[in-house]
Ligand binder design. Structure first.
Ligand SMILES: *Cc1c(COP(=O)(O)O)cnc(C)c1O
Length: 386
């Protein structure tokens, strides 16, 4: 039996897989079982920011793997501390809690926000969290409850209570919910990724930040997808000039290994106390060593490259045949197309370009360091398929 048949037999049926078996890759090139080459504009859903099998990243990871692969969080380890220090120094946030995924990062943020309010106002007095309609925050029962899309709120009841949903880019809607409910936080993505690559307006984000200040609600920014250079700044909140109380990230942080975190600011840095939260694998030394290396590569030069490549893609596609509009920020772009997005992605795959969808759009999340020649070639092929 071949791999595709065995997958159908033994893997839970939760994924609609494309008809391709990838076996290797280097940078932004990826190869299937027949040796066919593809240009990767998806980077494993914004994970492989430095491309696949980056030499420096492999060296950092394998060096750590040979020294110490795991000891648990009952002990100190250097890569985890180094990573936390780098994250705090570059974001202005003060302390980090490590988990292994985006959903866990958001779970940590939700727990932290509730505990902040519990410490200050009493347990359960101010527990509601405002999130946005069309958001995506993860697949656990609580992060599904936080996700502002009805399609996710079935089959698994009862969900975690205490989430209400505001309209994105409508400050009155947030204000109304803040007045009707006893809220501890607003949690949102600055560019809604899974929801269709939709950026929040500066005016709305400023309004939410002011409202949070006014009502002593924490401003929690979900940067699981937008973080780690994806939007052309290290974190997307830097594009907006705001100071969040908690920022979560995952996907691109480990550059290919699973690691996520919640970063706490001045107000929340001491909210978690002994045994408030924990994780067996969280901040694993091998994943952390890879993340330290990846972060060290996310310098101004690479971030500028992200902006240049973004401008190039937008310019090429904005007026291209078959394109209705282009949205997003940096190398996180959504293309509303005349043809069905899923069909376009399928055609691209058969012509050797890997791209994604988000709702009704074609979504592009290339590696931040994709060579310009490969990007150009891939965009030409995409244009043919539009
Ligand atoms: C992908 C994503 C998540 C969930 O991350 P997992 O690692 O799959 O748990 C949460 N929030 C946002 C914004 C995401 O894009």
């Amino acid at each position: 039996m071949n791999i595709k048949q065995l997958d159908k037999e033994y893997i839970a049926n939760t994924y609609g897989r494309a008809d391709v078996l990838f076996v290797s890759g280097k940078g932004s090139l990826i190869y299937d079982e027949n040796g066919k080459e593809y240009i990767d504009l998806g980077s494993g859903i914004a994970v492989s920011g430095l491309g696949i099998a980056d030499d420096g990243w492999i060296a950092a990871v394998t060096e750590q793997l040979g020294k110490l692969s795991h000891v648990s969080n009952l002990y100190y380890t250097e890569p985890q501390v180094k990573l936390a220090q780098m994250l705090c120094e570059r974001t202005g946030l003060k302390k980090v809690f490590f988990g292994n995924s985006g959903a866990e990062a958001n779970e940590a943020a939700i727990k932290c926000a509730r505990k902040y309010a519990s410490d200050k106002y009493g347990d359960g007095v101010r527990s509601t969290i405002i999130t946005l309609k069309n958001s995506f925050h993860g697949r656990t029962i609580t992060t599904l409850a936080a996700t502002g899309q009805d399609v996710f709120h079935k089959d698994f009841t009862p969900f975690t209570e205490g989430f209400v949903f505001a309209e994105a880019n409508n400050i009155d809607s947030v204000r109304m919910l803040a007045e009707e409910n006893a809220c501890c936080a607003v949690m949102m993505e600055l560019v809604q990724g899974e929801g269709g690559v939709l950026s929040l307006t500066q005016e709305f984000v400023d309004g939410v930040a002011r409202l949070c200040e006014e009502k002593d609600m924490l401003l929690v920014i979900d940067e699981v997808q937008t973080g780690n250079g994806r939007t052309g700044e290290l974190f997307a909140f830097m594009n907006y000039g705001i100071t969040p109380d908690i920022v979560t990230t995952a996907k691109g942080l480990g550059a290919g290994l699973p690691i996520g975190c919640a970063m706490m600011g001045e107000k929340t840095k001491d909210t978690f106390t002994l045994s408030s939260h924990g994780s067996t694998f969280g901040g694993n030394p091998v994943c952390a060593a890879g993340a330290v290396y990846a972060l060290s590569k996310l310098d101004d030069e690479l971030l500028n490259e992200v902006k240049e490549k973004s401008d190039y893609i937008v310019k090429e596609l904005r007026n291209a045949k078959g394109v209705k509009s282009v949205s997003g920020m940096g190398l996180m772009l959504g293309i509303e197309t005349e043809r069905d997005a899923k069909e376009i992605v399928k055609d691209c795959l058969s012509k050797g370009v890997v791209c994604l969808t988000a709702k009704t759009k074609v979504r592009l999340l290339p590696a931040l360091n994709i060579p310009f020649e490969q990007l150009k070639k891939a965009i030409e092929i995409l244009k043919e398929c539009l």
